[in-house]
Every structure is written in structure tokens, then in C-alpha cells.
Design a protein around this ligand. Structure first.
Ligand SMILES: [Zn+2]
Length: 118
């Protein structure tokens, strides 16, 4: 399925939030800078791994994907439409259920009767 889950965008935003909070905390207590660095690293890794265009593989901005929830968003690199879903519950097969119907609709052709006139 060529979609991006909302959950994946949410994780990116939470990591960004932790990074910002830890940066502010680092002003008062220096060990928070370590937490900020870890959160930033995790965010970059998460963005690199999960928040990619399903079509061309270029890394997407989470803010752009968040807009894709309400209306169609397009990849800046390849221009393909990216679908953002809240959650993936039902499995949508890649090819659709057309294959089974076609096999059922196919009626077996009756064998032509060969009449032998003797
Ligand atoms: Zn793309």
C-alpha cells in the first residue's frame, strides 16, 4: 500500500517536541542537551526511515504530510499524490479482488458434439 500512516507523522512530531523541550531544559541543566541530541538523532532517523515518499523515496517534511490528512498532498520531487491514512485496519490488496471474479465469470465452454454420420 502506498500510504503514510498518521502514527508515523505523530512520532516525528513528538520527537521534535522532546527535542525542543530538552533544548530549553539544557539552558538550566546541561544534561538535557544530551536528551536533545538523542531526540534530534531519533527524529532524523525516523524521518529518514518512515517519512519517505512511497513513490520516489525522497524524505518528506512532517508538516507537509500533516496537511495531506485533509486534502491531497503531492510529493515535491516526483509529483505523485501521497495518501495519509489515520490507521491501516483493513488490508487492501495491491491488485484488488478482480482476479477471483474473472475466474468465476469464465464459463466453461461445452465441448462441441461431433456427429458422425455413418
Ligand atoms: Zn515522490
Amino acid at each position: 500500500m502506498r500510504v503514510i500512516r498518521f502514527f508515523e507523522i505523530l512520532v516525528a512530531f513528538v520527537l521534535m517536541l522532546i527535542f525542543a523541550a530538552a533544548l530549553v531544559g539544557g539552558v538550566f541543566r546541561w544534561p538535557f542537551f544530551i536528551l536533545a541530541a538523542v531526540a534530534l538523532g531519533l527524529y532524523l532517523v525516523w524521518e529518514y526511515v518512515c517519512l519517505r515518499c512511497p513513490w520516489c523515496g525522497s524524505v518528506m517534511e512532517p508538516s507537509r504530510l500533516l496537511r495531506g490528512l485533509r486534502r491531497a498532498c503531492h510529493c515535491p520531487s516526483c509529483g505523485h499524490e501521497i495518501t495519509v491514512v489515520w490507521r491501516v485496519n483493513k488490508r487492501v490488496p495491491e491488485h484488488g479482488p478482480d482476479g477471483a471474479e474473472d475466474a468465476e465469470a469464465e464459463t466453461p465452454t461445452p465441448a462441441p458434439e461431433t456427429k458422425t454420420n455413418l
